[in-house]
Design a binder for this molecule. Structure first.
Ligand SMILES: Nc1ncnc2c1ncn2[C@@H]1O[C@H](COP(=O)(O)OP(=O)(O)OP(=O)(O)O)[C@@H](O)[C@H]1O
Ligand SMILES: [Mg+2]
Length: 236
């Protein structure tokens, strides 16, 4: 299995405060890597660093090629789609216009194809396509954010807390859709989620961060059975 994304010695700071201390993280192609960690551990910062939303030290390689000198839109062009926390949809636009914005570079016929592909994963969005995004429910807005990322035909998706604030039934639905996207589209994924049980179940590999450092890493099943993870994240 080839390496899709790798960070080496990744370090980030906000002002003088260092929040990532030399992270080595790998996402294998077509696989899911889960990141666990308490609030403030640096999970969002890690995803933002990969998206080049903040300056960092160390290296980030996509398909073996460094992306540290690139801008956010260049990283996106290389097939990385970031589904940020807080969802980031355009509330005044319809659901479908939000989706179209996810693939504004496509020609019309391709755009329609992509829309149908996304609606295949999210039939509810099709029903709501003319509705203003700001009036969608929390779960629908999260689906819209994922759908918009999917519109760009990503090869690597990064999810920041996709299930936060959702009712259990919707959490289950979002995870099963992520599983389907991975299976049917072969997309690699870097997944941050507080729902450790579901994240570890979906993932192939997992890392546990504590205050910006990796404290545990390995196959997701091994991480899930580690006593410290069972106690802190799985309530066992
Ligand atoms: N823009 C910022 N300016 C200054 N400090 C920041 C900024 N963003 C995050 N931090 C700090 O960096 C550290 C890591 O934050 P980050 O958002 O990456 O954590 P997280 O693991 O995503 O936490 P959570 O689970 O609460 O989302 C925290 O101590 C946070 O206060
Ligand atoms: Mg966060």
């Amino acid at each position: 299995m080839t390496t899709h994304l790798r960070t080496r010695g990744l370090t980030a700071r906000y002002g003088s405060a260092r929040v990532l201390h030399g992270l080595d993280i790998t996402v294998r192609r077509g696989c899911v890597t889960a990141i666990l960690g308490a609030n403030g551990a640096g999970k969002t910062t890690l995803l933002r660093a990969i998206s080049r939303a903040l300056p960092t030290e160390g290296d980030i390689e996509l398909d073996g090629r460094s992306v540290v000198g690139l801008k956010t839109e260049d990283v996106a062009r290389l097939g990385v789609a970031h589904v940020p926390d807080g969802r980031g949809t355009f509330t005044g636009l319809t659901a479908e216009d939000n989706l179209r914005l996810g693939a504004h570079r496509l020609r019309r016929a391709e755009m329609e194809e992509q829309l149908e592909m996304v609606y295949g994963f999210f039939p509810k969005l099709k029903q709501r396509r003319r509705q203003q995004a700001g009036t969608l429910s929390g779960g629908e807005q999260q689906m819209l954010a994922i759908g918009r990322a999917l519109m760009s035909c990503p090869r690597l998706m990064m999810f920041d807390e996709p299930s936060v604030g959702l009712a259990p039934i919707l959490v289950k639905e979002i995870f099963s859709i992520m599983r389907a996207i991975r299976k049917e589209r072969g997309v690699s994924m870097l997944l941050v989620d507080q729902n450790a049980a579901r994240a570890l179940d979906l993932a192939d590999d997992a890392y546990v961060l504590e205050t910006g450092r990796v404290v545990l890493a390995g196959p997701a099943a091994e991480v899930a059975s580690h006593p410290s993870v069972r106690a802190a994240y799985l309530g066992a």
